[in-house]
Design a protein. Sequence first.
Length: 139
Amino acid sequence: MIPFACTAAALPAFPFAPHTGTILVVEDEAFVCELAAEALLDEGYRVLTATDADEAEAILSSEQVDLLFTDIDLARNTNGIALAHRARRALPRLPVVYTSGGRDGLSPAEAVSRSVFVPKPYRTAQIVAVTHDLLRDRG
């Protein structure tokens, strides 16, 4: 495993990997964040991480992000659903992947359009496949 803290940090992509793009992983559980980030790094994506919605919004305002992967219930009483809605106001085509261990899904009224929900616990292969699909569909 690559040792790193899941805070607002940029992690380098592998230059030989076939996939490109920047993924923002928003997760307040350090181990879960590390697993998701490492799986995406292994695919060649540039990965940024944040532990709450406030950190994520700072990253979204200063970095080009191609996909938002966010837990729903985050640290400091922040919320991935609200984060995704605010992000979409600024970036209308931003693909969003929600995840949660406390829910089975999201209603269409809660989620942003054209988003995906992946329940926890998930396999890293699931998030890699969803990421590939959303970024490919986005063109």
